[in-house]
Write a protein that binds this ligand. Structure first.
Ligand code: NAP
Length: 243
């Protein structure tokens, strides 16, 4: 039976690479982003053509619960439910906490953390009914150890880590596995704020000597969510030995 995979934030970067990896496995896809419609539609066309898979695209903000309800009802109408949920959409915020406004705080919590609650909650009725399912959350090493000038982002990812461990316990009796990948520095637009010099300096601090590739996150995502039903509640760090 073909699996249906929902990936939030799939227009570029890690989410895009995860969508490509699942398409190569022959999975049906639901892919989302909030702004980059052209890129998302182009990705869907590419995957239909090269991997011969069915792809549903949806534009909307994952922090908006009403939109998330629509996304899941559309997915159910088309595919009958989500078997693998990848909570990937995320934004960063760099700056001192004392300079952060309450609106900026609420925005990052909404996009990075509340979205994980919403998507997981809405995916569950189908997964519980079929007594199987996988939830994979894309987290960060900063959720493990905290980063200066990224307090809100670290709080979101730390929240995701605890959410992952707790929900895994709640859902293990229903044969639903919940895990997270805590990424180190991955070469995507999220890190486009660094100059060439800063990139080189940062790469030098990483024992592997380089940033990770989105494809490396994607292959781990497929590995975690296919096959092993005894793996649950884990925060798996992928950081080239950085921390
Ligand atoms: P990216 O290149 O900036 O891609 C982010 C994706 O999320 C885009 O498709 C973006 O599309 C979408 N998105 C942003 N806000 C959204 C919203 N409100 N609703 C729906 N989609 C939204 O970032 P990335 O590096 O691939 O990051 C993906 C995930 O990995 C994030 O959760 C990030 O925190 C995590 N991560 C990244 C790194 C890293 O070094 N890159 C490290 C650790 C963890 P639109 O702009 O069109 O909405």
């Amino acid at each position: 039976m073909y699996k249906t995979v929902l990936i939030t934030g799939a227009s570029r970067g890690i989410g895009r690479a995860i969508a490509c990896a699942f398409a190569r496995e022959g999975c049906r896809l639901v892919i989302n982003c909030s702004h980059s419609e052209k890129e998302l539609l182009a990705l869907a066309d590419e995957l239909r053509e090269t991997c011969h898979v069915d792809v549903l695209t949806s534009i909307g903000d994952v922090s908006d619960y009403t939109y998330m309800e629509q996304l899941f009802s559309q997915s159910e109408a088309r595919f009958g439910g989500i078997d693998i949920l990848v909570n990937n959409a995320g934004i960063s915020h760099i700056g001192l906490l004392e300079d952060m406004t309450i609106d900026e705080w609420n925005r990052i919590i909404g996009v990075n953390l509340t979205s994980v609650f919403s998507a997981s909650k809405l995916a569950l009725p189908h997964m519980i009914h079929q007594k199987s399912g996988k939830i994979l959350n894309i987290s960060s090493i900063w959720g493990n150890v905290g980063a200066s000038c990224e307090v809100a982002y670290s709080a979101c990812k730390g929240g995701i880590n605890s959410f992952t461990r707790a929900l895994a316990k709640e859902l293990a009796p229903s044969n639903i596995q919940v895990n997270a990948i805590a990424c180190g520095v991955i070469d995507t637009e999220m890190n486009s704020c660094f100059s060439e010099e800063e990139r080189a300096q940062l790469a030098e601090e990483i024992p592997a000597g380089r940033f990770g590739a989105p494809e490396e996150v994607a292959s781990l995502a497929v590995q975690i969510t296919t096959g092993n039903d005894y793996l649950t509640g884990q925060i798996i760090t992928l950081d080239g030995g950085y921390l």
